[in-house]
Design a protein around this ligand. Structure first.
Ligand code: KG4
Ligand code: ZN
Length: 338
């Protein structure tokens, strides 16, 4: 089953064709990051306009790259939530039109379920159940993936997402948007014990997380150094900050493995590209003799292929939509009825 899959929830327009949820026939991306960089963050209006400009050409390019005709497409999938509402709407309207014109099923996919499914593309042998640490620009949670479309949230951030806090600290350090990757690169040259930063433990649920205290502490440190004219060791601050983020995430993943008995851990989302988090997850998994699944960097950030991977399993579960499908800025990964 060839699924034409569309992603437009933030600042990348992406169209892919994925066969049976596992084989990427093509994965085309038109990034807008260069535009939003000028403003230091995503400008929603610009994002929507750019998605409209890119999406038709990108779909043609996808067919060309895969060497397929329109008649070879068996279904159309799209990210319908969550994301910038104007941006998601572009993908949803395009997908509805394509499904209608091709007379094929329309499959709505939750963006975060897509991130998790990126692991199916990288690891053909991976099947649920497994645990997944989801770390993206807008979401941070530990998910119990009981089945392809049956999930439970063990814990989540109570304030900022990990990616958001990486980007904010990077921005104040003068790194271009989105700063997470640049901060990661700088951290490799620093001493991760140079700056003491907090690792808070919020609330009753031991799986819940908080990043706002850590973010504020890092920002205060930077501003204080500026005010008193002290030279900041930027690589070491980046290393200390990355270590603190990882220290918030990884022990909770370990706890989840210990308490559930599950020994399969996947990582998903843009921040899954972070070298410190990848290293610490690998080390923790080795201690527990657990199997680790980490998508290659190209599948960590937003892409169309991950939507096509999840779409196949949504289709098998009967989760298709009609022409009344809407876009949503927020929606739980647990997937209530449309
Ligand atoms: O999943 P994603 O592409 O978009 C959302 O769904 O939000 O994640 C984007 C986030 C941004 O915050 C970006 O700075 C962060 O992922 N990111 C990183 C790294 N690469 C991307 N954060 C830390 N280290 C990285 N290497
Ligand atoms: Zn994403």
């Amino acid at each position: 089953m060839n699924i034409l899959s569309v992603e437009s929830s933030c600042d990348e327009t992406a169209v892919a064709i994925v066969r049976d949820g596992r084989e990427v026939l093509c994965d085309c991306i038109a990034s807008q990051v260069y535009l939003h960089k000028i403003y230091g963050g995503v400008v929603p209006e610009i994002a929507s306009r750019k998605h409209i400009e890119a999406i038709y050409g990108l779909a043609d390019q996808a067919l060309l790259k895969a060497g397929l005709g329109r008649e070879n497409i068996d279904a159309v999938a799209v990210t319908y939530a969550p994301g910038l509402i104007g941006a998601v709407l572009v993908g949803v309207n395009f997908a509805k039109a394509a499904a209608l014109a091709l007379e094929k099923p329309l499959i709505p996919v939750h963006h975060i379920r897509g991130h998790i499914a990126a692991n199916y593309l990288a690891y053909p042998e991976l099947t649920p159940p497994f645990l997944c640490l989801v770390v993206s620009g807008g979401h941070t949670m530990i998910v119990d993936v009981r089945d392809y479309t049956d999930m439970a949230i063990l814990g989540t951030t109570l304030d900022d997402a990990a990616g958001e806090s990486f980007d904010k600290v990077a921005r104040v350090l003068g790194m271009p948007y989105p700063g997470g990757a640049a901060l990661d690169r700088a951290a490799k040259l620093g001493d991760d014990r140079k700056y003491a930063l907090p690792r808070s433990k919020p609330g009753e649920n031991p799986y819940n997380m908080s990043f706002s205290g850590l973010k504020t502490a890092a920002l205060n440190l930077i501003h204080h150094a500026e005010q008193v004219g002290e030279a900041l060791d930027t690589p070491s601050l980046c290393a200390s900050f990355s270590a603190a983020v990882s220290d918030i995430l990884v022990p909770r993943v370990v706890l989840a493995m210990e308490q559930t008995g599950c020994r399969k851990i996947a990582v998903a989302g843009g921040v899954a590209a972070n070298s410190r988090i990848r290293r610490d997850i690998l080390a923790a998994a080795e201690r527990l003799s657990a199997q680790v699944y980490m998508p290659p960097l190209s599948l960590c950030g937003d892409n169309g292929a991950m939507i096509g991977a999840q779409a196949y399993y949504e289709f098998l579960a009967g989760n298709t939509a009609d022409m009344s499908l809407n876009a949503y800025a927020t929606k739980s990964i647990l997937g209530e009825a449309l």
